[in-house]
Write a protein that binds this ligand. Structure first.
Ligand code: C2E
Ligand code: MG
Ligand code: MG
Length: 347
């Protein structure tokens, strides 16, 4: 026994599968023991010595078993065997976390803007700010690698505000120069919604740069909205009252229904790119997309189709009342200077 309810076991095995099997059986047996009406949950991580040939002593072996044990917790109570990629992921996380604060101070984070075009691709009607991390010695890291981590450790709160502030600063420069502007959206993480100071601090940033109402758009994903319909609807109403446009991001990626769509207090509906991927029965996806777009239009929402990649998808969208297209078919996310050049020249 190491401490409290932590135990360690060393034992010989003939084959790797035997070791895993023994652990599985132990976890299964524990489940039949109940205390306080709850089954006993054993979280087992094991490290087979052949999976860690570099481990030189007991400490290094048990460290690795602990990594596997942590992984088993995230997967429920299935025993989990250590592997090198598991450790690599952990070290990567630790490295990103150790450097994130100084990276923000050193200006390693920046944002790109992906244009939203009309369906003909002639005019830029809006843009979405998307964050990137330029790491010295490594190059540019995309948000999929660090956003989930920052959502866990809370750093996303500061990063999202940084992106909003950067976008507002660039908008201000355009306004001061008397140049045309279009609404810009930023992504809002679910972490913000549980904080009382979320909207006030967003309003402070918008006001600091004197951004007129309707130019800043906040994107909330469908999954955030579905988690707590009533609560999120209230916040969306407050956002709009404070002069922000409100967009639903990734609509259709989860379990929303047309019923929810009917009551969404949103200005913009962004349809998830999953809609465009070939389904099993040809034609049904198109019917669904057309229905959702038509319904959103009837409800006075602007519609954006995300992730449009091919001329064929584009041709289909031109037969619907879709307002905007955001996808590689017209443009990837680009540097703000390039975005504003596209806005000014149209090409
Ligand atoms: P999202 O908000 O749904 O952003 C759209 C993503 O789709 C972007 O990926 C964009 O590059 C990608 N995309 C656009 N057109 C196409 C296309 O035609 N094909 C394909 N395959 N992809 C396309 P990106 O920039 O890697 O961002 C990924 C996600 O990370 C975003 O999804 C958003 O959820 C999150 N994210 C990005 N920036 C921020 C941020 O500043 N704050 C927060 N909280 N999340 C952010
Ligand atoms: Mg988005
Ligand atoms: Mg999206």
């Amino acid at each position: 026994r190491l401490s409290a309810d932590h135990f360690m076991l060393f034992y010989p095995y003939a084959r790797r599968e035997d070791a895993l099997g023994t652990c599985g059986a132990a976890a299964e047996r524990a489940r039949s023991i109940t205390g306080n009406g709850k089954p006993l949950a054993l979280h087992i991580g094991l490290c087979c010595s052949e999976d860690a040939p570099e481990a030189r002593d007991v400490t290094e072996l048990t460290d690795r078993a602990r990594i596997a044990q942590r992984e088993s917790r995230t997967r429920g109570i299935v025993p989990c065997a250590y592997s090198q990629p598991m450790r690599d992921a952990l070290l990567r996380r630790a490295d990103l976390e150790r450097t994130m604060e100084s990276a923000l101070e050193q200006g390693e984070f920046f944002y790109l803007i992906q244009p939203k075009y009309d369906v003909e691709g002639r005019r830029v009607l809006g843009g979405e700010a998307l964050v990137r991390w330029r790491r010295p010695d490594e190059g540019i890291v995309g948000p999929d690698e660090f956003i989930p981590l920052f959502e866990q450790n809370g750093f996303i709160l500061r990063l999202d505000e940084f992106v909003l502030e950067s976008a507002c600063r660039d908008l201000r420069a355009r306004l001061d120069a008397g140049l045309p502007v279009v609404p810009l959206s930023v992504n809002v993480s679910r972490r913000h919604l549980h904080r009382d100071d979320f909207l006030p601090s967003y309003v402070r940033i918008k006001d600091r740069y004197g951004i007129p109402d309707g130019l800043c758009e906040l994107e909330l994903t469908e999954s955030i909205v579905m988690d707590d319909l009533g609560g999120t609807f209230d916040i969306m109403e407050q956002m709009r009252a404070a002069g922000f446009r409100c967009a639903i991001d990734d609509f259709g990626s989860g379990y929303s229904s047309l019923n929810v769509l009917k009551s969404l207090p949103a200005d913009v509906l962004k349809l998830d790119r999953g809609f465009l991927l070939e389904g099993t029965s040809p034609g049904t996806e198109e019917t669904v997309v057309r229905t959702v777009i038509t319904m959103a239009k009837d409800l006075r929402m602007d519609t954006v189709m995300e992730g449009v990649e091919t001329p064929k998808q584009l041709a289909f969208l031109r037969t619907t009342p879709c307002d905007m297209v955001q996808g590689f078919v017209f443009s990837r996310p680009v540097a703000p200077e390039e975005f504003y050049r596209l806005l000014d020249t149209g090409k």
